[in-house]
Design a protein around this ligand. Sequence first.
Ligand SMILES: O=C(O)[C@@H](CO)OP(=O)(O)O
Length: 247
Amino acid sequence: MSYTLILLRHGESEWNAKNLFTGWVDVALSDKGRTEAVRGGEQLREAGVLPDVVHTSLQRRAINTAALALDAADRHWIPVRRSWRLNERHYGALQGKDKKATLAEFGEEQFMLWRRSYDVPPPPLADDDEWSQVGDPRYAGLGEEMPRSECLKDVVARFLPYWESSIVPDLRAGHTVLVAAHGNSLRALVKHLDSISDDDIAGLNIPTGMPLVYRLDESLAPTVPGGEYLDPEAAAAAAAAVANQGR
Ligand SMILES: O=C(O)[C@@H](CO)OP(=O)(O)O
């Protein structure tokens, strides 16, 4: 028995296009992002990898990517579940900041520590900042768990309970599961699936709008480490572009 898990980072957002740190800010897909999402769904249909259930974050770029992709795959009707635990990493005080300007102001080492180190979060975002999500009704139930900044380690810690309680049972039930989420929440999941070290995860980047298919064995270990992009060449080029953001 093998289980099928599809990871899909949202298509390009308006802030990806502007090169701004985004995190929990709920920005929309760009036109290019919508096209990517549709193309991702077409790839699923062409490959015959058809989700039975979808899990998304609470952010519109992932929600709308899932809807566009599933429509293109003729799977718009499957059950959907959403959780803040699939949200993008909260980028703290960097939310809304230009990546290139941040690199110029703080230098390469600090910039990469904030962007890709495993356990160094950016400074916290003030609750009265225009890019704060404090007071947003969708997070009303979070209480003390409401983040003001997160490093990838924090994302792993809040993602894994949802993985265990909600995604794994769907896989064990034999469903083909689509997870439509974000660059860093999916990096947290890939780190877990592929047992990637805290240091090596810094080098992993996930492109927008490209389905990454994992076949998992009985112990939920990937049968092909790293999974398989349905369009590997395009995915490698797009992942390199993500790595180079800010330059
Ligand atoms: O800004 C963000 O929220 C993320 C994803 O777009 O950026 P990065 O790849 O720099 O972690």
